[in-house]
Design a protein around this ligand. Structure first.
Ligand SMILES: [Zn+2]
Length: 168
């Protein structure tokens, strides 16, 4: 699921439609406050956010997202320059200048989702999540896969190190 944060409704609807036409599930927020509420409620795989918004802007939102979800890919979209966006780019994953080129948007989203970390755990047997296959407690065949880690879940020590240092 993609969280799209953009205060201009016409632009937001246009971006959402592009994403949905490529079968991505999209939830929309008009500002950072709405976005944080949705992040608490839904398992979000990727965030696309504008920078200049009323209330909680994109710069503050990116910082808040990194505290909650260290590994979720964040794409900044802005009509301003990359230089203006620079403070957010330290923590974000990509920058796309507006006007947005639909094929570039789709290609970026597909690539980031494919690279996005996955968490696994044994069905029913354990509440401990694992990030990668090198972990000593790596689950066998009987696992479930998720891209989003519920805040109440544990990740084993070996996996936590890798999880915290993502994305590369
Ligand atoms: Zn592990």
């Amino acid at each position: 699921m993609i969280l799209l944060v953009e205060d201009e409704a016409i632009a937001r609807h246009a971006f959402a439609q592009i994403l949905r036409s490529h079968r991505h599930e999209v939830i929309e927020a008009a500002d950072g406050v709405d976005a944080l509420k949705l992040l608490d409620k839904y398992a979000v795989d990727l965030v696309i956010t504008d920078l200049v918004m009323p209330g909680l802007d994109g710069f503050a939102l990116v910082t808040r997202i990194r505290q909650k979800l260290p590994a979720v890919p964040i794409v900044i979209i802005s009509g301003y320059t990359a230089q203006f966006a620079a403070p957010a780019l330290n923590e974000a994953t990509e920058f796309l200048p507006k006007p947005i080129d639909p094929p570039v948007l789709i290609a970026t989203v597909q690539r980031l989702l494919a690279q996005s970390p996955k968490l696994y755990r044994r069905k029913q047997q354990s509440e401990v999540w694992h990030f990668c296959g090198t972990c000593s407690q790596w689950p066998g065949e009987d696992y479930v896969e998720q891209r989003h880690m519920p805040s109440t879940s544990e990740v084993c020590n070996e996996c936590t190190v890798k999880w915290r240092t993502q994305p590369a």
